[in-house]
Design a protein around this ligand. Sequence first.
Ligand code: GLU
Length: 284
Amino acid sequence: MIVSRFAPSPNGPLHLGHALSAIVAHDAAEAEGGLALLRIEDVDAARARPDMAAEFRADLTWLGLQFGEVPAQSLRLDDYARAADRLKADGLLYPCRCSRTEQARDRPAAEERSAGGTAPARCRICKTGLSDAAEEPGTRPVAWRLDIIEAMRRTGPLRWTDMRAGPQNARPDLLGDIVLVPKHAAAAYHLAATLDDAADGVTLVTRGQDLFAATHVHRLLQALLGLPVPQWLHHPLVRDESGEKLAKSRLSASLASRRHAGEDGLELARALREGRLPSGLHLF
Ligand code: GLU
């Protein structure tokens, strides 16, 4: 049986791109008599807005989409901590003292090391690394990065399948030594979503094309943590004329504002299914 999911982060209102994601998840399950799940991805407590989940449910009902709901990420923090501890015990996570801003600026560290060979994993900005792990007292907040090169060495080559793009060779190194445990949260998106998809019995992960590269990392985490491997379906994004993703576009009227303005949600869902987008917007 197909189990799909729609997993929005409650950091702000849903827009048309989210509506498309929800429709793709819903319809893929419905076509096979499966189950579509709603999961609120509120692992980043600092950014999550408590009023958003109720709005999301109202948006989905307005679009005519039924989802079964599984527990939000904020209720699963112990599971994330357990998995992170396991990866630490396996010597695959190393501490990083960078600030969020510095981390956002960081280029992938992995490629440089893979060219050079055996240098131990170390953050290229703050220079903290695996050899410092034992000294981290546990009370001082540090982030934890995944040693991608060592992780890939342990799993060997991996493959995964996207239902549109076909079979893929996993290239988690493209994202570098990603942070799996941020300084002030139990888990980063990659770790939380991968664990949740397994716990929720998800067999088909549907999401936007912008997360295609993330899937390489998720496939690696599944192999490291002994989790089942689903299929994926990355769908095109709704963009404006300049090619900008909707989230950043001036045309990104929220679903809630459309709903409150009395727009017909069922008609909007029909239009999105048929690829008819409001003027100025495109799917690619
Ligand atoms: N929570 C993510 C977002 O809102 C979606 C992640 C996913 O579908 O894997 O962008």
